[in-house]
Design a protein around this ligand. Structure first.
Ligand code: HEM
Ligand SMILES: N[C@@H](CC(=O)c1ccccc1NC=O)C(=O)O
Length: 292
């Protein structure tokens, strides 16, 4: 039961919050929220193609655009973590990776919004997508490359887009986050095999037993290798999160288009399912079987 005093308070304020004296309202000269964020551009970048217009196309576009914004931040944070590790700054690099994990969770949780799209609703939009596909997301490939899932064939997809092609070609040849972590371990005196340190950066990692030996020693005595141990587990969390995103994508694709081929030209769910067999950090998984 609201008291008389509560009722008085509501009447006094008329259930309305007055502006304070100091609150700015004139932005003819001063920087505003919309200007700082370039909102006019951001909010005029949604261009539904369906004709007659389909209500759900805006959801489809915004789901992808917000994903691309988060992917942009992931690339930024992963590049930074990689530079920090190169400079032997392990703790600041770990701080970056903690943020990476939160962004990944946001990306994965976001699937729930698109899962409200029924197959019939999607079928109204799909013809308008023509040959476009998430397979052509260069930022998604950039994240995969930064984490070490290198694949030169993916770069070809961007032959039509110089900037994206250039970005991916650079990342293909640069060391991944895992490569720089292994080089860091070597500088710290861990016996990283020379062929691991010299490996071809353009290839995905292939399981190396000598490297599993190094991690087996770390996992046998975590207390003596705490920062390294913690970093290994952060990397495993990041792979785990990445696989969660892939799995949710697969689930949403399955419930939306079943076994139809993809607009990008692949077989669809069968092709996507094969990505679940990929690993960024093979030795960090192999070491699990070595723990007595
Ligand atoms: C109704 C929703 C969706 C459907 C039916 C769908 C379907 C597909 C299919 C069939 C593929 C395989 C490539 C092809 O042949 O097209 C694919 C790839 C891909 N999609 Fe989607 N997708 C959906 C939503 C999304 C969203 C929201 C994103 C977020 C950015 C996304 C990102 C990707 C990526 C990155 C790939 C490449 C995956 C890989 O290489 O393993 N998709 N999608
Ligand atoms: N590949 C999807 C189309 C698709 O989902 C899509 C199309 C354009 C932009 C982003 C997309 N999202 C993920 O692939 C399909 O086959 O229906």
């Amino acid at each position: 039961m609201p008291s008389d005093a509560d009722a008085d308070a509501v009447t006094r304020t008329a259930n309305r919050r007055d502006l304070e004296e100091g609150i700015r309202t004139d932005f003819s000269e001063d920087l505003s929220y919309g200007t700082y964020l370039d909102l006019d551009r951001l909010l005029s970048a949604q261009h539904p193609r369906s004709d007659p217009p389909q209500h759900d196309e805006l959801l489809f576009i915004i789901q992808h655009q917000t994903s691309e914004l988060w992917l942009k931040l992931l690339v930024h944070e992963l590049r930074s973590a990689r530079s920090l590790l190169m400079a032997d700054e392990l703790q600041p690099a770990l701080k970056r990776l903690a943020r990476v994990k939160h962004i990944q969770h946001t990306l994965t949780d976001q699937w729930a919004v698109l899962a409200t799209l029924t197959p019939s609703e999607y079928a109204q939009i799909r013809p308008w997508l023509a040959t476009s596909s998430g397979f052509q997301s260069y930022q998604y490939r950039a994240v995969e490359f930064l984490l070490g899932n290198k694949n030169v064939d993916m770069v070809r997809v961007f032959d039509h887009d110089d900037a994206a092609h250039h970005m991916l070609d650079e990342l293909l040849h640069e060391p991944s986050l895992y490569d720089v972590f292994l080089a860091y371990l070597s500088r710290r005196g861990y016996a990283i095999p020379q062929d691991v340190l010299d490996r071809d950066a353009t290839q995905p990692p292939a399981l190396h037993e000598g490297l599993v030996d190094v991690f087996a020693a770390v996992y046998a005595a975590p207390g003596e290798h705490w920062g390294v141990y913690e970093t290994c587990e952060e990397l495993v969390d990041i792979e785990d999160n990445f696989q969660e995103w892939r799995f949710r994508h697969l689930q949403v694709v399955t419930r939306t288009i079943g076994h139809k081929p993809g607009t990008g030209g692949s077989s669809g769910v069968d092709f996507l399912r094969r990505a679940l067999d990929l690993t960024f950090f093979p030795e960090l998984y192999a070491v699990r079987s070595r723990i007595p």
